[in-house]
Design a protein around this ligand. Structure first.
Ligand code: ADP
Ligand code: MG
Length: 245
């Protein structure tokens, strides 16, 4: 495995019509690193996340993943999407499929893996996120926190090189936030490369290697969590922290 960063964005710009949503963003994420992205609503955090697995094409600049520029289409793009898992605020599970089927679907359909092998891996992932005993249920029979843990198992079933999380706990009732953050924290400790957009500052403090603060499409400041929370440098970061802490 090489030392080069796994995810590298250089001078990335993205517009939605006249709106400059990513303004010259440069960021690199090392293998095994956990980067938490914070910032006000509308600052471009989701767009940044989505640009990394090319759910959003960018207008200028470059993004490389594992040493290669992001592919624009076809099989290479499908491979990229399987290597960069994404977990959204809304869990997006298939309602008419069981929990186990939800986790098995990607590896079978996209990666053409054998069902026996995928089943074994899916069951062990469901155990790992604490849902092993619910495998035959349907999503609606599970709580929000359980469904989000299934969504994480589903992303892991593709054996991704990195995981992107876009506000994974924002849609959850407060009592379910902890169980999802616990799964994410253990993934972080096991060395998964993660980019996490979240308002959970406890997670940022304890699980992140680096905090990146965005405002108005710009990456305003980045630092180790202890440094960032103790000593934010920009006025915008100070203002943001004063409102949420
Ligand atoms: P955040 O995740 O930080 O709240 P987003 O990346 O979702 O920010 O959005 C950044 C800006 O881009 C916002 O002003 C938002 O309204 C706008 N935006 C996001 N997606 C689209 C889209 N598909 N079309 C037009 N504008 C968009
Ligand atoms: Mg967002």
């Amino acid at each position: 495995m090489s030392d080069e960063a796994l995810i590298v964005l250089e001078n990335v710009n993205k517009w939605f019509g006249p709106l400059h949503v990513l303004n010259d963003v440069s960021l690199s994420v090392a293998r095994g690193e956990v980067v938490v992205v914070i910032g006000p609503s509308g600052s471009g955090k989701s767009t940044l996340c989505r640009s990394i697995n090319r759910l959003e094409p960018i207008n200028s600049g470059t993004i490389t993943f594992d040493g290669k520029p992001l592919p624009a289409e076809g099989k290479a793009l499908a491979r990229l999407r399987s290597e960069v898992g994404m977990v959204f605020q809304s869990f997006n599970l298939f309602a008419h499929k069981t929990i186990l089927q939800n986790v098995m679907l990607g590896p079978i359909k996209v990666r053409k893996e054998k069902s026996v092998e995928v089943r074994e891996r899916a069951m062990s992932l469901l155990d790992r996120v604490g849902i092993g005993n619910q495998a035959e249920k349907y999503p609606a029979q599970l709580s929000g926190g359980q469904q989000q843990r299934v969504a994480i198992a589903r992303a892991l079933a593709m054996q991704p090189k990195a995981l992107l999380f876009d506000e994974p706990t924002s849609a959850l009732d407060p009592e379910m936030v902890g169980e999802v953050l616990d799964v994410m924290t253990s993934l972080a400790r096991e060395g998964m490369t993660m980019v996490v957009v979240t308002h959970e500052m406890g997670f940022a403090r304890h699980a992140a290697n680096r905090v990146v603060f965005m405002a108005d499409g710009q990456l305003v400041e980045q630092a180790a969590p202890a440094e960032f929370f103790a000593n934010p440098k920009s006025d915008r970061a100070k203002d943001f922290l004063s409102k949420i802490l």
